[in-house]
Design a protein around this ligand. Sequence first.
Ligand code: PMP
Length: 341
Amino acid sequence: MRKCSIFEDYIAGKSIEEVKDKYRLDKIVKLASNENAYGASPKALEVLRNFEDLHRYPNPEYRELREKICEYTGWEMQRIVVGAGIDGILETLFKMLIDEGDEVVIPVPTFQYYRILARLHCAKEVLVEREEDFQIGENIFEFLNEKTKLVIIPFPNNPTGNLEKKNLIEEIINSTRAIVFIDEAYIEFSNSKIEIDADNLIFARTMSKAFGLANLRIGYARLPKWLISHFRAASTPFPISTVAEKCAIASLDDVDWMRKCVEKIKEEREKIFFELQNIVRPYPSQANFIFFKARENVAEDLLMKGVIIRDCKSFGVSGYRVTVGKPEENEFFLEKLKEVL
Ligand code: PMP
């Protein structure tokens, strides 16, 4: 084992089977992994059913997918790279950028995988506490120095669902030579977008959330031109399978499906938020989940009643995150939450 690495498991949301077995329940509602409860576009499912070339390697250019992403995002096609989810994109970036002792700035609480990668790659994790409302504050500038290699900004943040002030993001980009990585995993659920460009700026997105393709592992990013050849060299040669690529293309040909799901989820998000306000302390969200504060052990108590949500301890904050599901799932969650409180 590499001596400087710290090995730490990623804690995933509990699976339906796991909870069913443990508590001997018939009905389980899983609202723990920010998945799209409506599933993938029917066009993607059809592609999946008809795919036969499992014995062939993918074409490592992923040209058609990158063209579709270019149409969808408006990003320049030559600057688009793909990976096995945003997780895969981050992994390649850490591999190519991080020397032992480099500093990675991570505003916390946030998605745990950033820290896991920093520790694995022998970086120094610089954890910057967010403000009361979980936005990144001006104090971040105290943590940027010549050793900073990477600054990670989720937009919106997971698990808290908030966005950041755009002028603060611009100031961060302008005040450092480090790469600023804006993680837009949940951007489709927000009413905001950042349209800036810089030589030290990366945007990353995923097909796992709004497009409902979490199981296929498809992420993509827009890199500055000078980084592209290094990224390709550092990436595993075939990060996405052809069947996943074709499903992603079919989903991008059916953006309307995604937009309809997002509209329903946003509507439900506001309904749940309204209901939660009467019983716990929810935080406004621009993503497909809601963070709320409540007494200890609520997630464990809900598990026994067949509802899986996330206890956010592993994110470094006391509170819970519930994914917005279908109306009947959300009602079940609210009913059981009222029972346990
Ligand atoms: N970034 C954030 C903020 C996330 O919450 C997640 C998934 N939980 C990811 C990235 C990883 O997404 P993907 O499935 O694309 O690897």
